[in-house]
Ligand binder design. Structure first.
Ligand code: F6P
Length: 403
């Protein structure tokens, strides 16, 4: 038996499926060691409330068993099936005022923790990392985001479930699209990264997938090429089409667009009509292209965590407690080449900061990655190939320490 410890856990940044599964895994692994887990509500906001004495700290302990839940579900296991976060999450940005930081640090001190596990995305882990540095906290980071753009890890909590949600939506749209010979444009999340659009799109049978890494701006050339893809399908007798666009694809002026899916749907309809009027034989039935747009939105953040996300949550939770047991702090738990590992959190945050300073994504889709090649090979339109030298890529990652 190891020395009993008291560890904190919080969720920060936008929620995603699988956060509760991580909390459950941490609590189970900690219970086996006789450690106590303190759940910190609403991230740094909770720490401020602790500083103000607004919580009974004993009530923040998350036990494995003994819940007053009807039936036989007395323990924490049910959590792995629920998306959201039982702790609540916070999306507020860096606390820049000195008094706010001081209060957060004071709240942390009151909890008397041996270590903190923060489940966050690139932005929120950056914030917690900075606070941990100032407060001398023993921090472990666990990556979560449906955007899957945290450096060093191949998989983040929530991504697989979101892919499944996009995949199911495309399946559901296929039959109505086919019945009316329509082009369905589906806008999916992915503020800076196209992993979700690419994976969900391929799995769900999309004909066109537009992601910011390959389509930095949605210009006339891209719209014409999308229409040509639709025309090619029609010539083969396939009258409907599924188009997936990541919200991070920018308008022709390089600016973010609020409703990129709606804009694209209208642009496809208009441009198809113009192509038809050109009289070219290939485009003769393009005057009938009818489009509809839908925004999948926050449904992508709330699906039932898939088995794959639950397994990842279990593996990440276990690794985080192992790192604490071994006294190895300032680590980011990652998935790499079929294994759970950890990397220096400071290295990951350095990449995040450098990329955010340059306005680029810290964990983009690599333009020559397997899934991009798969999409092209299947005949899915993803844009013209970009020469590797012109692609925006994050900082070199090779030298990060791995254990
Ligand atoms: O960062 C994850 C993400 O899901 C993005 O893809 C999306 O743009 C954003 O969160 C939405 O955040 P909010 O819920 O704060 O609007």
């Amino acid at each position: 038996m190891t020395t009993p410890k008291r560890i904190g856990i919080l969720t920060s940044g936008g929620d995603c499926p699988g956060l509760n599964a991580v909390i459950r895994a941490v609590v189970k692994c900690a219970s086996r060691r006789n450690w106590q887990v303190i759940g910190i509500p609403y991230g740094t906001d909770g720490l401020m409330k602790v500083a103000d004495g607004e919580y009974d700290i004993d009530k923040l302990v998350i036990p494995e068993h003994g819940y007053d839940i009807p039936g036989i579900l007395q323990g924490i296991d049910v959590l792995q099936f629920l998306s959201g976060s039982i702790l609540g999450s916070l999306n507020k940005g860096h606390p820049d005022e000195t008094e706010t930081v001081a209060k957060i640090l004071a709240g942390y001190n009151r909890l008397n923790l041996d270590a903190l596990i923060a489940i966050g995305g690139d932005g929120s882990l950056d914030i917690i990392y900075e606070l941990a540095r100032k407060g001398g906290w023993n921090l472990i980071g666990i990556p979560k985001t449906i955007d899957n753009d945290v450096p060093f890890t191949e998989k983040s909590i929530g991504f697989n479930t979101a892919v499944q949600t996009v995949n199911s939506a495309l399946y559901d749209l296929t039959f109505t699209a086919a019945s009316h010979d329509r082009v369905m444009v589906v806008e999916v999340m992915g503020r800076d990264a196209g992993h979700l659009a690419l994976h969900g799109g391929i799995a769900g049978g999309a004909d066109v997938i537009l992601i910011p890494e390959l389509i930095p701006v949605l210009n006339e050339t891209v719209i014409v090429q999308v229409c040509q893809k639709i025309a090619e399908l029609r010539q083969r007798g396939r009258k409907f089409a599924l188009v997936v666009v990541a919200e991070g694809v920018r308008g022709e002026d390089g600016q973010r667009m609020r409703a990129i899916g709606e804009f694209l749907a209208q642009a496809i309809a208009d441009r198809s009509h113009i192509l038809c009027e050109s009289g070219a034989a290939d485009y003769c039935d393009m005057d009938q292209v009818e489009t509809r747009a839908m925004v999948l939105g926050h449904i992508q953040r709330s699906g039932i965590p898939t088995a794959s996300d639950r397994l990842l949550a279990a593996a990440f939770g276990r690794k985080a407690t192992d790192l604490i047991e071994d006294g190895r702090f300032n680590r980011l738990v990652v998935w790499e080449a079929g294994r759970v590992r950890s990397k220096d959190l400071g290295d990951a945050i350095a990449i995040v900061r450098a990329c955010h300073d340059k306005g680029i994504c810290p964990g983009p889709v690599e333009i020559d990655s397997t899934m991009v090649k798969v999409a092209r090979s299947l005949g899915i339109y993803v844009g013209d190939p970009i020469p590797t030298s012109q692609a925006a890529s994050p900082m070199p990652q090779a030298e990060a320490s791995v254990v």
